[in-house]
Design a binder for this molecule. Structure first.
Ligand code: FES
Length: 148
C-alpha cells in the first residue's frame, strides 16, 4: 500500500509502485484536471507540483512521491482564484483548453520561484508545455499579469 499526500489530503493506493502518478491521480483519485497528452514527458499536459516543483506526472512512478506534497490543478487554490488562474481568465488564455491545467501548473511553479520573470525566463520555464492551439502569446501575457 502506497500512501500519498495529494492536495493536503492523505490517500492510500494499492497499486504497482511503478504506476505513473498521472494514472493514480486520474483513474483512482478521480482528479482528472491533469491531462494525458504524450505519456512520455514531452508535452506537459500532465504537469503537477511535487513539493512545489513542476513535474511531469506521466513519467513519475507513484513510489517516487511518497512523503512529498503532490498538488494538482484542483488543489492549486480553493476557488480557482490563484493569481495565475485569475490572469488566465482575465486574458481568455485557453482555446481548446486541453493543455491549460499543465500550463497553469508550470506557470504557478515558475512564479513561486521567480516573482518577476522576463520573457526569456518564461520561455525557458514553459518550453516543455506544448499548446497545439498556439496560445503562447496569451500565456506569456498572463504570466506577466499574474506577476504584478
Ligand atoms: Fe506527460 Fe505529455 S502526458 S508530458
Amino acid at each position: 500500500m502506497i500512501e500519498l499526500t495529494i492536495n493536503g489530503t492523505k490517500q492510500k493506493f494499492d497499486v504497482d509502485p511503478e504506476m505513473p502518478l498521472l494514472w493514480a491521480l486520474r483513474d483512482i483519485a478521480k482528479l482528472t484536471g491533469s491531462k494525458y497528452g504524450c505519456g512520455k514527458g514531452l508535452c506537459g499536459a500532465c504537469t503537477v507540483h511535487i513539493d512545489g516543483q513542476a513535474v511531469r506526472s506521466c513519467i513519475m512512478p507513484i513510489s517516487a512521491v511518497v512523503d512529498k506534497q503532490v498538488t494538482t490543478i484542483e488543489g492549486l487554490s480553493e476557488q480557482g482564484d490563484h493569481p495565475v488562474q485569475q490572469a488566465w481568465q482575465d486574458l481568455n488564455v485557453p482555446q481548446c483548453g486541453y493543455c491549460q491545467p499543465g500550463q497553469i501548473m508550470s506557470a504557478s511553479a515558475l512564479l513561486a520561484q521567480n516573482a518577476a520573470p522576463t520573457d526569456e525566463d518564461i520561455n525557458n520555464a514553459m518550453s516543455g508545455n506544448i499548446c497545439r492551439c498556439g496560445t503562447y502569446p496569451r500565456i506569456r501575457a498572463a504570466i506577466h499579469k499574474a506577476a504584478k
